[in-house]
Design a binder for this molecule. Structure first.
Ligand code: SF4
Length: 321
């Protein structure tokens, strides 16, 4: 289906001529923004470190008072084998991208990272290496290691968590890095031929639409190749839950507000930026309050319809002030 934005699925179709699937792995690298016991970190983070749902062993054990670092205990080879088996069985495909998804996947000395990436890439002929991490964890030696995996057949992507273009907001949510750090990381990664996907969060607890717009304008300015937009979710075991008690109101967007905000932001996002995600994918059991969002497909259809009603396509307002 053609969207009014530059959808990731359409980009993959153009690039590879068919659907491509991600094999997500947990390399057990944890997060430098949390201490050894898993405390601290970003105020919205419940300690699952973006571990793929199918890799979350023990999720049922989470309770509201604990902060548990969840890991898949299998080796990355075992995880990859299982992921590829699933793709072959479910989609009858072998075209796959290797996705170091959970936690901060450059959070180790470069020799350790090289061993991990080498091992992962030796398991299959992956068409992309995708590494998810933080802006303050891409030192020059990491950038050069990552760029060494680029071939004519294989792209290398880094997914960087920015969340907001406001230093004040980054401080409030405890990101532990500032905006300048993100700008510098994107520049060095892109100079090395590595493609960048920026994670943005609509931090509705502390920001309005204007601040979110500034974040999208920053994404445009640094020429991020892709973006993932998330809505703020209130999950168990987070510091955001304490803030929520102080705020006295739910810091999450309603469905209507999310659809309107995302449509507005897409209209301001440069047309060539690939849109990988437009809402947080979250199981209801992790939420303190159920999110009254329908199925993801329906939310995307609502955003499409909202943009159509306004005559918007991605980028149509990108040059406006
Ligand atoms: S950087 Fe990622 S894993 Fe670490 S605390 Fe923040 S959201 Fe959680």
């Amino acid at each position: 289906m053609t969207r009014r934005w530059n959808a990731y699925s359409q980009y993959l179709q153009r690039r590879y001529g068919q659907r491509v699937y991600r094999v997500g792995v947990d390399a057990h690298l944890s997060c430098p923004n949390r201490d050894a016991q898993g405390r601290g970190g970003c105020s919205f983070c419940d300690g699952t470190g973006a571990v793929a749902v199918h890799l979350r062993t023990g999720e049922r054990d989470i309770d509201s008072s604990s902060s548990i670092l969840l890991h898949d205990r299998r080796t990355i080879e075992e995880q990859i084998e299982a992921g590829l088996r699933f793709i072959r069985y479910r989609y009858h495909s072998t075209l796959a991208m290797l996705y170091f998804q959970a936690w901060s996947n450059t959070n180790a000395p470069v020799e350790v990272l090289k061993d991990l990436y080498d091992r992962g890439l030796s398991c299959h002929d992956f068409v992309s290496l995708i590494v998810s991490t933080r802006p303050d964890l891409v030192a020059d030696d990491v950038v050069s290691l990552l760029s060494s995996y680029i071939t004519p057949q294989r792209d290398v992507w880094v997914e960087l968590g920015l969340q907001s273009a406001s230093d004040e907001t980054l401080k409030r949510i405890g990101r532990g890095h500032d905006v300048a750090c993100y700008v510098d990381a994107v520049r060095r990664l892109r100079d090395a031929g590595i493609r960048v996907c920026t994670h943005v969060m609509l931090v509705t607890a502390y920001e309005g639409r204007q601040e979110a717009l500034e974040t999208i304008r920053l994404v445009n300015r640094v020429h991020s190749d892709a973006v993932k937009i998330h809505d703020l979710c209130l999950t168990r075991g987070t510091r955001l839950l304490d803030d929520y008690r102080d705020l006295g109101c739910l810091p999450c967007a309603s469905l209507r507000r999310h659809v309107e905000d995302v449509s507005f932001l897409l209209a301001h996002l440069e047309g060539d930026v690939i849109v990988e995600r437009l809402l947080t994918e979250m199981t209801n059991q992790r939420l303190v309050h159920p999110r009254h969002f329908p199925d993801k497909r329906d939310v995307l259809a609502m955003i499409d319809a909202h943009m159509e009603a306004r005559g918007w396509v991605q980028g149509c307002l990108a040059g406006s002030t």
